[in-house]
Design a protein around this ligand. Structure first.
Ligand SMILES: [Mn+2]
Length: 383
């Protein structure tokens, strides 16, 4: 642990990200290269302590693609704390809620750096509170923030789709490129999947023919600069969406993913098969833009969550997050897309909650229980 030589004031760092005076005119945070290096060094140690298959217990919020949409990320974080807590600006109220992020923090949007830095910093802060327990009892590190790797947390992709360019533009070509390489070193240590409450398996892309057991995820050795085999499917796969004979037949369950040009697509039978063999209620993944923010497939055994509303500022999609409560019941929150930032500003600049922006409203859908859970309403996911 690098605990002795922390010089990055993590509280202040998070505060300056979360409590922005005026979201309407929000442009960007100003980063010191030295702060970024410190943050990268600390988060690297945390990823090394985690297993390739992370685990977390409910209650937890599961978040899909962010793609540099920083105000939307802050809306999501704000949605889990009370208005009172937000008003008091206590940073720990943010880090005390449990989250699983399904990856794709960077690229596409304008604020990749803010997004990745904020989730990294919240995870670092979270550990500062439990580290004493970890040392005293030598227990597994019980993080509140599981940050899974997405296909955009790979070098070849974030070289080309915005993250490298953003770093170079903001830190200068030389420093920006150096920091970009450091970020990618961190990405190679990120966990690839997460088991929530023992029964919900989460990953960025999807399942795989090579997913023989949960152990087959854990036996993927990191760092993983090149994502291949099972890891590639976990980060890149998609469900077969169009109703074809292949998508409903029992064999073959997997096919080459023609849309992506790599990894696989999988059908309903593949999802059923994985759920049965791995004793899962549900597989949750992200990776595809969904107009409504979420979509069930495979008889509600597969859920896609996409959390970047108005994706790339050109799609009228909503965003969604999934909440798993302490009893394993599911509910989905849908975020409406944001209107362009040039809309008329409010009179006050005391806006600290992203979801109080004009023309942004967060609609919580009627909490519902998918069919996989409805028959056993009180059944806990915990074994
Ligand atoms: Mn993706």
């Amino acid at each position: 642990m690098a605990d002795d030589n922390i010089t990055l004031d993590i509280h202040q760092f998070i505060k300056s990200h979360l409590f922005v005076k005026n979201w309407i005119n929000y442009r960007q945070h100003v980063y010191e290269k030295s702060d970024l290096l410190l943050l990268i060094g600390q988060i690297m140690e945390l990823f090394k302590m985690e297993k390739t298959l992370a685990t977390i217990s409910p209650p937890v919020t599961i978040v899909g693609d962010i793609h540099g949409q920083y105000p939307d990320l802050v809306r999501i974080l704000n949605s889990r704390i009370s208005k009172e807590e937000a008003k008091q600006k206590i940073v720990t109220s943010y880090s005390s809620n449990r989250f699983v992020f399904l990856g794709d923090y960077v690229d596409r949007g304008n604020h990749s750096i803010e997004c990745i830095c904020l989730v990294f910093a919240l995870k670092v802060l979270d550990l500062k509170f439990v580290s004493l327990l970890v040392i005293m009892f030598q227990i597994a590190y019980p993080t509140n923030f599981v940050l899974l790797r997405g296909n955009h947390e790979t070098k070849a992709i974030n070289f080309a789709y915005g993250f490298r360019e953003e770093l170079e533009n903001r830190l200068g070509k030389k420093d920006g490129f150096e920091i970009w390489e450091k970020f990618n070193e961190v990405f190679s240590f990120m966990p690839l999947a997460c088991l929530v409450g023992g029964r919900i398996l989460c990953m960025h892309g999807g399942i795989s023919e090579k997913l023989e057991s949960l152990d087959s995820i854990d036996s993927i050795v990191r760092p993983l600069p090149e994502v291949t085999d099972l890891a590639q499917d976990l980060l890149w796969s998609d469900p077969m969406d169009v109703q074809t004979l292949a998508s409903i037949s029992d064999t073959p369950k997997y096919a080459k993913n023609i849309v992506r040009g790599l990894a696989h697509s999988f059908n309903d039978a593949a999802v059923r098969d994985v759920c049965r063999r791995l004793n899962l209620h549900l597989v949750v993944r992200a990776h595809q833009m969904i107009p409504e923010g979420f979509k069930f497939n495979s008889d509600r055994k597969l859920l896609t969550i996409f959390s970047a509303p108005r994706y790339m500022n050109e799609s009228d999609n909503r965003g969604a997050t999934l909440q798993v409560d302490v009893n394993g019941q599911l509910s989905i929150s849908v975020m409406r897309y944001t209107k362009p930032l040039r809309t008329k500003a409010l009179g006050s600049d005391e806006i600290t909650r992203g979801d109080h922006l004009p023309d942004i409203s967060r609609k919580k859908s009627n909490s519902f229980i998918p069919s996989t859970f409805s028959s056993s309403k009180s059944t806990s996911l915990k074994k």
